[in-house]
Design a protein around this ligand. Sequence first.
Ligand code: SF4
Ligand code: SF4
Length: 481
Amino acid sequence: MGEKIPTVEEQAGSEEVRYRKLYESDGRIYTRKISGFYQNIRRYTGLPLIVGFLLMPWLVIDDRPAMLFDLPARKFHILWMTFWPQDGMLLAWLLIIAAFTLFTVTVLVGRVWCGFTCPQTVWTLMFIWAEHFCEGDRNKMMKLDKQAWSLEKVLRKGSKHFLWILIAFITGATFVGYFTPIRELLIGFWPSIADSGFVTFSVSPVAAFWTLFFTFMTYMNAGWLREQVCKYMCPYARFQSVMYDTDTLAVHYDKARGESRGPRKPNEDYKAAGKGDCIDCSWCVQVCPVDIDIRDGLQYDCINCGLCVDACNQVMDKMGYERGLIRYTSEDELEHGKTKFLRPRLFGYVAAVIVMISTFVYTVETREPVSVDVIRDRGARMYRLSGDQVQNVYTVKINNMDRHAHSYDIAVEGDADFRIRGYRAMQLEEGEIFTMPVRVSVPKDQLESSKNTIYIIVTAKGDKTITAREKTSFIGPHVEE
Ligand code: SF4
Ligand code: SF4
């Protein structure tokens, strides 16, 4: 499959047609080890993220996991809060806020999310570390791949894949630990010998399947696919260009300073020879995790990781040139010498994010930990009691979404003397849903209409702040008779 590129000849009427592949793997990328400012930032941002990811399922708040997406019980425990299916809107809001924050950051400093904090980047960094640890730096890796199979090659490759699988399994198990209690999950993977003599595992088949699935996905994504994920699978790479403007900070090559590129002799007056500061050593390409040459200009594959900046700065130091031939800068700065940080588009994004976060926090803080649903019993319609009372029957569903048990009172509110009949307070455990019939009556002579609006109110005993109300209608006799 390919995208047809008409050649100059074709445009001129020739039959010759060239094809460019939409998916193209250039084979294994042998990355050169590099240290420097941006590599350190990658390490120091990646490390807390990994530690946070690994520890979160083990953290306990109020005797429950700090982060547990309990799908069978349809409850999401996030820190000290519990979200229910009816809170789905809040979770959607959270995702929208995350997306807008990402847009804002991208407008300001390009794809820093991709280069420093994206799980694909952080895990690939770990896998590359294991690769360098077992196989050595770039040249050693290339040599190892070329040489015939030997004990050394088996040991080096074997230990690399062992480390990759180990990291992938820890990742897979931890991820599943966000959906099922992690202690039980890991204990389930511990082998035991059955009476029959076979090795058995107590882990459930579903948990085992998902753990192995995510182990496999991590191994493939960070071990084998790497830059292919960023280039071909990640949708963010595709639409990032929409967010860039000429003042967005990104990794750029300073063409005016670097060209014309080329090697030079020591002590040569290269400027007099018409050369720029780029010595064409290709270090910037060798360290690039997505194997691109930033000197060709801004490319959608570039994840803004800054490794080429570190590499080029080292070269500049060795050559005794000023640093920053490749640097974080904007197109405007390169062309006109100045980056405009305060711009309307950025203000718009920041304002939108602030409004959304404030609304979200307010909604979460004022969220009632109880909900009530009321359905009028249409079969019963209405009837009189003792000649002067009109009664309607309702099905009332109370959902105690709080993290504690509560006893609830039910009341009714309306424009007449409505009363609840035959109700006793209900004790609901944490997370319990209780459904019951409730009778509401009113003296017939107080009804001014056949259809009246009333409110059913549920309040926790001893804590009047935990309350919920639902509007419903009370049908009277005027129309019916
Ligand atoms: S690392 Fe710097 S000097 Fe070397 S090729 Fe890249 S831009 Fe040129
Ligand atoms: S070109 Fe530079 S900043 Fe972009 S991905 Fe490659 S190394 Fe990272």
